[in-house]
Design a protein around this ligand. Structure first.
Ligand code: G4P
Length: 525
């Protein structure tokens, strides 16, 4: 197969949702369709359930599982699908955001009872920043959910994206009859089932009396009224608007009942984008360029604490990756040999001989690679758009064993390189503050520092609302700002200046008082 053909048959995406909306269930059904797993429960059984407190074993388990399910590659109808996991629940972390920089599109799962929830809002912000195409699956239609029109309004309002339903539910909960595909003009009747998938009945004209016979007169009339309203309110679906991240097509279904999932997948492979051009510091790189390029979007420490080898996840952006080749590590300005790359197929890892744009390869690394690093065949271009985002919870790290200061420094540095959390070092007094997105990360850090680096730490909560990267076209004004806010100025791991804002209101006031200073919520601006 040619490079062009390999590119056009790839779809690399992530599923985003609030915990419990049905991401794991949907993932599993997609894998079943792709023949990547044989029975339901394979993904589910490896999922860690919420616990009030997690113990050490659980943290360890979690790390192992998240490597196993980090990338699931499978084939479906000649299409190579790479599904990247975006961890939710307690393990929701910085790298959940970062993973979204490595996908070409996302499927967003929303629970029809709960509607749009906070975690989805946060993840959607990242998608919007990058204009990532979003396809929406409203799940759990077998339950009494909210009115579908209200749900669509909520998505538009809270997620700040236009929607266009491509299917429409006929009733919900106990009275749920099925969905009408506005895209294919066919009716899919619902039968609760975890395995079988029935073909839809073609109903080209919604006024066809066959519809009344199939779903009952009342439901048929309601559907007609709804469809009329939809056609009147929403513009026709324009695939380019979707590809530009401006419109999210919406599907309804029930993942656990395997209902609506095949339609979602079939439409997804048809309209979702194959790997597209990406920006670097020098130029835009097209995926069909012959030379290999890629970037590291995730680093995962290996399970064996005695060997500090890690797996770096590299997203291939152009050309062909061939095992055993030397590639240029732009940050280190040197050539590295990659003889031990791994491909991710469903839950197995296997050695890979070659990989193509859109694919993810895992590279065993002993400390050379860092998140955001670019690999090329010699060009000094660096992929952009892989920023750090402001964390939400901040705690000071206190060293409880002065004899182990060196170990602590090293451990902190390595954990930060993995993207477990972010470290901010204050200019005054050199106070070290760790910022995370989910609270569990503090336990993970504390445990791993002890276990892998023999360093003991304690965390002290800090009253910080956001870390804002600061800049100004006027150097003098920037210095004046730093001088006047000395106690709140820190540096991130790359030495960039950060203002640690204590509250939203205070930040607003500071912004008003210093109009020449720009405050950024991501490290790339
Ligand atoms: P997550 O990964 O987004 O956190 O969600 P997950 O798939 O684990 O689903 C959360 C719960 O919702 C699970 O129930 C799952 O079975 C259920 N679920 C998923 N899809 C549907 C659906 O279409 N309809 C209904 N009614 N429920 C659905 P659980 O009780 O937490 O787990 P389990 O005991 O069923 O395994």
């Amino acid at each position: 197969m040619s490079l062009e053909q390999e590119i056009s048959r790839r779809r690399t995406f992530g599923i985003i949702s609030h915990p419990d909306a049905g991401k794991t269930t949907l993932t599993e059904k997609l894998l079943l369709f792709g023949g990547a797993i044989q029975k339901a429960g394979a993904v589910k059984s490896s999922k860690i359930k919420d616990h009030a407190r997690s113990d050490w074993m659980e943290i360890e388990k979690q790390r192992g599982i998240s490597v196993a399910t980090s990338v699931m590659g499978f084939n479906y109808q000649d299409i190579k699908i790479n599904l990247l996991d975006t961890p939710g629940h307690q393990d929701f972390a910085e790298d959940t955001y970062r993973t979204l920089t490595a996908v070409d599109s996302v499927i967003m799962v929303i629970d029809c009872v709960k509607g749009v929830e906070t975690q989805t809002e946060k993840l959607m912000e990242v998608c919007r920043m990058r204009s990532t195409p979003v396809l929406c699956f409203i799940n759990k239609l077998d339950r009494e959910g909210r009115d579908p029109f209200d749900l669509l309004d909520e998505i538009e309002e809270k997620l700040n994206i236009k929607v266009r339903p491509l299917s429409w539910p006929i009733n919900m909960g106990k009275g749920f009859k099925g969905v009408y595909s506005l895209y294919e003009k066919s009716l899919h009747l619902f039968t609760p089932s975890k395995t079988t998938v029935e073909d839809g009945v073609a109903i080209a004209d919604i006024h066809d009396p066959q519809l009344d016979a199939l779903v009952g007169e009342n439901n048929a009339n309601q559907l007609r009224a709804d469809v009329e309203l939809i056609e009147g309110v929403y513009p026709d679906f324009d695939v380019n608007e979707y590809l530009n991240g401006r419109v999210a097509p919406v599907f309804f279904g029930s993942a656990v009942n395997n209902f609506g999932v095949k339609e979602l997948l079939d439409t997804f492979i048809r309209i979702a984008p194959p790997p597209i051009a990406r920006e670097t510091t020098l130029r835009i790189v097209e995926p069909n360029e012959a030379k290999f390029t890629g970037f590291v979007f995730k680093i995962h420490a290996n399970m064996d604490p005695k060997h500090r080898n890690r797996i770096a996840f590299v997203r291939i952006c152009s050309g062909k990756f061939a095992r055993g080749s030397n590639y240029y590590h732009v940050r280190h300005e040197k050539s590295l040999r990659f003889s031990n790359a791994t491909a991710f197929m469903a839950q197995d890892r296997e050695t890979v001989e070659e990989a193509w744009p859109g694919d993810i390869v895992g590279i065993y690394d002993t400390g050379n690679l860092k998140i955001g690093d670019t690999l090329t065949e010699g060009e000094k271009a660096v992929y952009t758009g892989i920023p750090s985002f402001s964390p939400e919870i901040f705690k000071e790290v206190l060293n409880k064993d002065a004899m182990k200061t060196k170990q602590l420094e090293k451990g902190l540095q390595q954990l930060m390189e993995e993207g477990v959390a972010q470290l901010f070092t204050y200019e005054l007094g050199k106070k070290k503050v760790v910022g995370v997105v989910g609270n569990l990360q503090f336990e993970v850090i504390q445990f791993r520092l002890k276990n892998e680096y023999n360093a003991t730490v304690e965390f002290v909560p800090q009253n910080i609302y956001k870390a804002c990267w600061i800049s100004s076209p006027d150097e003098k004004k920037l210095q004046e700002f730093i001088d006047s806010k000395q106690r709140h100025i820190a540096r991130d791991k790359d030495g960039k200046l950060v203002f640690m804002a204590e509250s939203r209101a205070w930040l607003q006031m500071v912004q008003d008082n210093f109009p020449d200073i720009q405050f950024h919520f991501t490290s790339e601006f």
